[in-house]
Design a protein around this ligand. Structure first.
Ligand code: ATP
Length: 335
């Protein structure tokens, strides 16, 4: 195929460059110098949905300033549905610049393919590095992370369903942090997070989203932002009970609402499980992921019920997740 041929040609170019003899007779291995060029450094924060990647990224980015964050959550790249997709709030970003957060209009671009994310994010990262800042890649979409980091990316191969095709040859010098948790605790925590998101206004946000010609759309094959968990589930609800038409939450309506919430919780759990499976696959293929265990933090958050910064969970988070991460990143950046 054309791609294979190109790959072979490129391989030939890098291995067959001859050593040249200069006028002084000293051999110069030009290509060798090129190959020795150090790869650019990047911190990569991975983990399933809801594990606290954004929190950790801000904690680290403020400590190792100046840093900039490149988002790799495939739903958060789109404009809109900030609560539903759980984008980090502006005031929580603590002035750390964020890229690819709400930058694309799904009505204009449809769906952003991983191959395009790879090309665009590569440019953004070069720019961050040229300004002498450290890039942090943060987000749960493993297909985006994979496409951006591997040396050779084949958009046609389904790496996560074909274990042999996962590559461990990366084009950056990466420091991988993986925020993980025991699955039962994470599940319970994710249920709570869905309730918290609803309290924050997720239902209202979706009602506004569907309060246009949106309801007439065929969501059988959703694309882009319309794939976000919450949209298909509430699409069914709003089809029956269009936004604005019904004032009171009658019993039937409440039942349909509860059904949608139940589906959202179930789909969020499934997403987390799939994401952890993909992360473990990368690790088995040789990606050097450093696992940080946030289980105890989530247990406390479930007991506390509050997200206040001065609660007990914060000190456990610091001891078990933040401090080990700081050590790892410090060593990596000093190398
Ligand atoms: P895939 O193999 O599906 O491309 P991926 O690792 O690239 O996996 P995921 O992040 O696992 O991407 O997202 C898969 C699906 O999970 C999305 O299509 C969407 O339905 C849901 N999803 C992911 N992130 C979010 C989010 N932030 N908000 C809402 N739904 C999300």
């Amino acid at each position: 195929s054309k791609r294979r041929r190109r790959r072979l040609i490129m391989a030939a170019c890098t291995t067959a460059a001859p050593a040249t003899v200069s006028s002084s007779g000293v051999q110069q291995h030009n290509h060798h110098h090129r190959q020795q060029r150090k790869k650019d450094k990047m911190v990569v924060i991975m983990g399933a949905t809801g594990t606290g990647k954004s929190r950790l990224s801000i904690d680290l980015a403020t400590r190792f300033s100046p840093c900039e964050i490149v988002n790799s959550d495939k739903m958060q790249v789109y404009k809109g549905l900030d609560i539903t997709t759980n984008k980090i709030a502006f005031h929580d970003r603590r002035e750390v610049p964020h890229h690819f957060l709400g930058e694309f209009d799904t009505d204009e671009v449809g769906e952003l393919p991983a191959s395009e994310f790879r090309e665009r994010a590569e440019l953004t990262i070069s720019d961050i590095i040229s300004r002498k800042r450290t890039p942090f890649l943060v987000g749960g979409s493993n297909s985006f992370v994979y496409s951006l980091l591997v040396e050779e990316y084949d958009p046609d191969s389904d790496v996560f369903n074909d274990s042999n095709s996962v590559s461990s040859k990366l084009r950056y010098d990466c420091c991988f942090l993986w925020v993980d948790s025991s699955l039962p605790v994470l599940y319970e925590y994710l249920d709570k997070r869905v309730d918290d998101m609803l309290d924050l206004g997720m239902f209202r946000e979706l009602a506004e989203f569907f309060d246009s010609d949106e309801l007439d759309r065929d969501l059988e094959i959703p694309a882009g932002l319309r794939k976000a968990i919450g949209v298909p589930e509430f699409h069914r609800y709003f089809k029956k009970y269009p936004p604005g038409k019904y004032k009171d939450l009658d019993r039937v309506r409440r039942g349909a609402y509860e059904e949608a919430v139940r589906e959202i919780k179930e789909n969020t759990r499934q997403l987390a499980k799939r994401q952890i499976g993909k992360i473990m696959r990368l690790r088995r293929a040789g990606w050097d992921l450093r696992r940080l265990d946030a289980t105890a933090t989530f247990r406390l958050l479930l007991m506390d019920g509050s997200d206040d910064d001065d609660s007990d969970w914060r000190s456990v988070w610091e001891r078990q997740v933040l401090e080990p991460s700081v050590k790892i990143v410090k060593r990596f950046l000093e190398e």
